[in-house]
Design a protein around this ligand. Structure first.
Ligand code: FES
Ligand SMILES: [Fe+2]
Length: 402
């Protein structure tokens, strides 16, 4: 009896996915539940890329720390005394306990098991009683060699990115196409996290790609969401290996209605000044591979990321930032709340579809049925699947024993 190693993405699958969008075949069902497929994604997509792990605004003050479990890694985001954010593996150098269990403000990071204590810079400061009841040192234990293990990290806008394997190109260079695309239409220095806006976490019993693919096309909008119709002007945003997305343009008034930024008395959230002047509202939604979503509308910018937690379990974290006074002025509080309620309803409408799609991926795998793409609406979705397939090229999984 031998175990055959088969490619995670067989050549025939890659070739069928590479066809023009209208004739391409999508990822197989097992891509959405198979443990081996997920394991390859962990290593070749999440560890190898610049993965989003949090928001800088989650740790606003020096000493703020926030743990995160993502794609099988345990990390901790730390705002140091100097105001800079660093990310470490949240793994004690003694016996591997999780050092920080919940978000807090701290002077030092003390492991709950035997109290090895680390500075905010990750240095091991104390190993109480390691050499005996009143001996804080012991032969062979050199604290200088036992710092928390740092992870390559960087911040852009409010996103905190990490590169676990440390081999990705510098973050600045990697994000240049994203910055250039966004800065052409939006001045992000004018937005900040909203008080009382959407700031939420939702868990889904589905693969991370189901969540992403559920948001990366506007094809389903009028069929699933009562608030949306199809945009007449809809463009695919092609960011090669860095992002995919879509954009649309419409009049400012229509945009306020569409995106839940208008109350019954006709008051709207403040829009980007450049759009108020031109009267043309632009919306750009970018999926920054592998797991961040940046959604820029005329009056607010939402930042979201997917937290893969297993082949069939994903958490979606979202925050909404508003333009100018829209973020904090009490006069707009009801509109921030309306906006949160609006998006909550949209996500409620998607919920059942996503769960069923997850279930159907098993059925589809058994039947060997591939998926298809709308060449008008689903070019970004197609580009995303090609990114996944390219990233997994050469990965091997355990085949059937025979
Ligand atoms: S495992 Fe952290 S102090 Fe022992
Ligand atoms: Fe949707």
């Amino acid at each position: 009896m031998t175990t055959a190693f088969i490619p995670i993405i067989p050549e025939s699958t890659a070739a069928a996915l590479d066809r023009p969008t209208g004739s391409a075949l999508g990822l197989p069902g097992r891509a959405y539940f198979d443990a081996g497929f997920y394991e390859s994604e962990r290593k070749r997509i999440f560890a190898a890329g610049w993965m989003t792990v949090g928001f800088a605004s989650q740790v606003p003050k020096p000493g703020d720390v926030a743990p995160i479990s993502i794609a099988g890694w345990e990390l901790v985001m730390v705002r140091g005394r100097d105001g800079h954010i660093q990310v470490f593996h949240n793994v004690c150098r003694h016996r591997g306990m999780k050092v920080v269990g919940k978000a807090c403000n701290a002077r030092t990071l003390a492991c709950p098991y035997h109290y090895w204590t680390y500075g905010l810079d990750g240095k091991l400061l104390a190993t109480p009683a390691i050499g005996g009841p009143s001996e804080a040192a012991a032969p062979g234990i050199d604290p200088a060699q036992l710092s928390l293990v740092p992870v390559a990290s960087g911040v852009w806008f409010d996103f905190v990115f990490v590169n676990i394997d440390g081999k990705a190109p510098p973050l600045d260079q990697h994000l240049r196409p994203v910055r250039e695309r966004i800065e052409a239409s939006f001045d992000l220095s004018q937005v900040k996290p909203g008080e009382g806006g959407r700031n939420g976490t939702r868990g889904y019993p589905v693969n991370w790609k189901v969540v992403l693919e559920g948001s990366i096309e506007d094809y389903h909008l009028p069929f699933v969401h009562k608030a949306f119709n199809h945009s007449k002007e809809y463009h695919t945003e092609d960011g090669g290996p860095v992002y995919a997305g879509f954009s649309s343009k419409r009049g400012l008034g229509e945009a306020a209605k569409r995106y839940g930024a208008l109350d019954s008395a006709g008051v709207t959230l403040p829009a980007f000044p450049a759009m108020t002047q031109s009267g043309v509202a632009e919306t750009v939604v970018l999926f920054i591979y592998p797991n961040a979503v940046l959604s820029c509308t005329p009056t607010y910018v939402s930042t979201s990321f997917m937290v893969p937690q297993g082949p069939e379990h994903t958490t979606y974290v979202s925050q909404t930032n508003f333009v100018g006074d829209g973020a904090t002025d009490p006069a707009y509080k009801h509109l921030r709340e309306d906006n949160a309620a609006f998006w909550n309803e949209v996500f409620n409408e998607d919920d059942g579809i996503w769960k069923t799609i997850q279930h159907m991926s098993h059925v589809r795998e058994d039947l060997g049925l591939p998926t298809r793409f709308s060449p008008h609406w689903e070019r970004a979705l197609h580009a995303f699947q090609k990114y996944v397939a390219n990233s997994l090229q050469g990965a091997q999984g355990d085949g059937m024993a025979h």
